[in-house]
Design a protein around this ligand. Sequence first.
Ligand code: HEM
Length: 207
Amino acid sequence: MPLLLFAIPDQEAQTNHFSFGVPNLASLILTHSVDGEIPGISEAPPEEQPPVFIVFWAFRVMVGIGLLMIAVSLTGLILRRKGRIYTQRLFLKTMTRMIAVPFVAVLAGWVVTESGRAPWLVYGMMTHEEGLTPSLTGPMALFTLLGYILVYAVVFYVGIYYLTRVVRNGMLPEEKRETEADNSRRPMRPMSGAETSFDDDLDPVRN
Ligand code: HEM
């Protein structure tokens, strides 16, 4: 079985369009043998298949991000060895962009498992449809949804505000890292990161 890197799954026609992959790699990963076989999704009756397009692409977004994270980490390691990790602008810019990336991967992973399990809540025993609470009305669901949106709007805003402050404060400049006095001011807990400024003019502790 090939490991498909790209395809447009067409669930209605039970086929993939424009598929492109590495021959035998899926067999090797899943069965540890180059010609191993495992049952494909099309062997399940269509009414028991999950929404293939969503699962297919959410999985690739997640894994793609995982590989990107590995690549960026390795690049960091190489730059560190060469003593250029704090001065390579493109790398530093990439690192700040990478802050958002794990959030997307977590959501994509979650979509993979939740929609990949469909239509089952408990495989072979209970479907999503059977799991619906009969007494739950539309307005009740809407009320809960609005509650979640409200709470998350606050939590998310505070989180972004906090992270932005930590990132803006940045790291302790290299020349200031050596003395013991400076080290004692370095935040040891993530929460103190947002309170401490390493800029001498702004730091209330030093002035
Ligand atoms: C490096 C490549 C990666 C591979 C090969 C991979 C593989 C997988 C697989 C096979 C699953 C489904 C597990 C199951 O069937 O229950 C999964 C789920 C998940 N993955 Fe990934 N993953 C990768 C990267 C990532 C990254 C970078 C993140 C987040 C930073 C992530 C977050 C998740 C989450 C949140 C789930 C759902 C877990 C659950 O709901 O049980 N994955 N991953």
